[in-house]
Ligand binder design. Structure first.
Ligand code: ADP
Ligand code: ADP
Ligand code: ZN
Length: 214
């Protein structure tokens, strides 16, 4: 099963993608996580990506597409995967479609997690991310058991620089300009499914399971 998660920054793509990956035993591939890991390790890719990410801009397609095409060609992706945060532009979507075409494959589902802009700043300012394993929490909606400590690995929690309200506004503008057109792209392809992302995260997941099958 090959799945794409669509939706604004903070809509809950990562939260749902992790649950999908666990239930259907497929890898969760987050380009944001890949870039953050590269920044942490001080790689050339990380150094290039950081300037864009800090401003709330997209990393250029040239730095993004090959990375994902390589990743989905690995053995653990043979039974499918859930892509979270890619594609984010029409050229990225076209590159993905072409790469899959060459393998005689296609995306099965593009799930749009729909959350209005008004809710997003609130979501992002409460999001906390683990510095060690990348797990995500929310101060109010997904609290950790012990304050400031990751439930999974015991790492420290931070507010990502790009989750500050000033940057979130830029990211929303970028989302509407460059990423939202993908909804129509995948609708035309006949694989678009929409879910209401404003409800409780367990209920969002149930709506997704209803689409994918139990
Ligand atoms: P969120 O989950 O909040 O939407 P991500 O972790 O997916 O954020 O992405 C963080 C940042 O990484 C983006 O704002 C962007 O700068 C960069 N990024 C992630 N995926 C892509 C992509 N497919 N194309 C370009 N930039 C990307
Ligand atoms: P994205 O990957 O789309 O940027 P995340 O999955 O990281 O979004 O979610 C953004 C923030 O909102 C996180 O702090 C997460 O815990 C929280 N969150 C996710 N889904 C919901 C939901 N349905 N209701 C309330 N908060 C949510
Ligand atoms: Zn952790």
């Amino acid at each position: 099963m090959k799945i794409i998660m669509l939706g604004a920054p903070g809509a809950g793509k990562g939260t749902q993608a992790k649950k999908i990956a666990a239930k259907y035993s497929i890898p969760h591939i987050s380009t944001g996580d890949i870039f953050r890991a590269n920044i942490k390790n001080g790689t050339e890719l990380g150094n290039k990506a950081k300037g864009y990410m800090d401003k709330g801009l997209l990393v250029p397609d040239e730095l993004t597409v090959d990375l994902v095409v390589d990743r989905i060609g690995q053995d653990d992706c043979a039974n499918g995967y859930v892509l979270d945060g890619f594609p984010r532009t029409i050229p990225q979507a076209e590159a993905l479609t072409n790469a899959l075409n060459e393998l005689g494959a296609k995306i099965d589902y593009a799930i749009d997690v729909d959350v209005p802009d008004e809710n997003i700043v609130n979501r992002m300012s409460g999001r906390r991310a683990c510095v060690d394993c990348g797990a995500t929490y929310h101060l109010k909606y997904a609290p950790v058991k012990t304050e400031g400590v990751c439930d999974t690995c015991g790492g420290g929690l931070i507010l990502r620089d790009d989750d500050r309200p000033e940057t979130v506004q830029n990211r929303l503008t970028v989302y509407h300009d460059q990423t939202q057109p993908l909804i129509e792209y995948y609708d035309t392809m006949g694989v678009l499914k929409r879910v209401d992302g404003t409800i409780d995260m367990q209920d969002v997941f149930q709506a997704i399971v209803d689409i994918l099958g139990a």
